[in-house]
Design a protein around this ligand. Structure first.
Ligand code: AMP
Length: 116
């Protein structure tokens, strides 16, 4: 379960523009950026396909690690003060393409609301 293009990026079998890595989390630039800063933050474990698979008892620390990564990356890339959006698409109506939990970090321009 859980083999996706992101598994290959975690194993460094295909290239990615990695901006952050810890024991539990990997973050890299989205291949089709929707904003000047568009980073994907993913857990290194591959068994959480969507947000609905999150189990607070099991994944609480991992989620904290993902938010910690997001905040550190935003600071490193200079958008901590200007602002940024964190998005998790979950399931077909949200347009989730890759079945490996991932958080989009978007910033570097004024973002519209509501999203399409
Ligand atoms: P989602 O629609 O939320 O599932 O987002 C999946 C994201 O993964 C999209 O924004 C894609 O552009 C991005 N993506 C797919 N393949 C790659 C890749 N090899 N490297 C970086 N980003 C990718």
């Amino acid at each position: 379960m859980g083999e996706t293009i992101f598994s290959k990026i975690i194993r460094k079998e295909i290239p990615a523009d990695i901006v952050y890595e810890s024991e539990t989390v990997l973050a890299f630039r989205d291949i089709k950026p929707q904003a000047p800063v568009h980073i994907l933050i993913i857990p290194k474990i591959t068994d959480i396909e969507t947000a609905k698979d999150i189990n607070p008892a099991e994944h609480g620390q991992l989620l904290a690690d993902m938010f910690d990564a997001a905040n550190k990356i935003a600071k490193d890339l200079g958008i901590s003060e200007s602002g940024y959006r964190l998005v998790i698409n979950s399931g077909p109506d949200a347009g989730q393409e890759v079945c490996h939990l991932h958080m989009h970090l978007l910033g570097g321009r004024k973002l519209n609301w509501p999203p399409g």
